[in-house]
Ligand binder design. Structure first.
Ligand SMILES: [Fe+2]
Ligand SMILES: [Fe+2]
Length: 195
């Protein structure tokens, strides 16, 4: 299993950059005049991706970095994640039509851009210098943990992605319904297979 995972998984730093790109590409689809339903789909997709990404970094990547180095970027990483979680919790409690919704999304993304800049210009190059021979193993561990974190949330993730697609409502209703049904059906099958 681990051998197969290490064959298909990207290395840890490549995976982290891919996660960052996914969040930024999703954010770039968010416009002030975007339909509220699409806004909520985009924001929920971003929030879930950030929650899973931050957990993977905190459980697997940051501890490996701390074993070999200590610098300002690694020391402030977890407090910065906590600030993102605070904004994510606020967004999850708001309607996309709330007058403060856009500003809260922009505040979250301002924090994310700052955090990603530090990771991509300090932490990841440092990891590639001092942890080069462990990046494959760390990437495999992160992929394994990601699967555990995503599986129970696969229905939610599918519904958020369906809502984030700006198609006519009549078409979207069908797509979202099918995506949710398919996702929940998969989860139920998975539940049975564990018994
Ligand atoms: Fe990151
Ligand atoms: Fe991070």
């Amino acid at each position: 299993m681990d051998l197969a995972l290490s064959t298909i998984s990207p290395g840890a730093t490549r995976m982290i950059r891919l996660d960052h790109s996914h969040v930024l590409v999703t954010f770039h689809r968010y416009k002030i005049d975007t339909n509220p339903r699409v806004k909520q789909g985009l924001v929920d997709t971003i929030c879930t991706a950030l929650e899973i990404h931050a957990q993977l970094e905190e459980e697997i990547f940051y501890p490996a970095i701390r074993e070999v180095t200590d610098n300002e970027a690694i020391r402030k990483s977890v407090p910065e994640h906590d600030e993102m979680r605070r904004l994510i919790a606020r967004l999850r409690g708001m309607e996309p039509t709330d007058p403060a919704y856009d500003d809260t999304v922009m505040e979250l993304m301002r924090d994310v851009l700052h955090h990603v800049a530090d990771e991509e210009t300090i932490l990841l190059p440092e990891a590639e210098r001092i942890l080069a021979d462990r990046l494959g193993e760390l990437g495999a561990a992160m992929t394994k943990r990601r699967m555990q974190l995503v599986l129970p949330r696969s229905g939610e993730i599918a519904c958020d992605m369906a809502r984030s697609i700006p198609t006519p409502v009549y078409l979207l209703g069908g797509i979202a319904g099918l995506a949710c049904l398919a996702a929940f059906g998969m989860m139920r099958r998975d539940d049975r297979s564990w018994r």
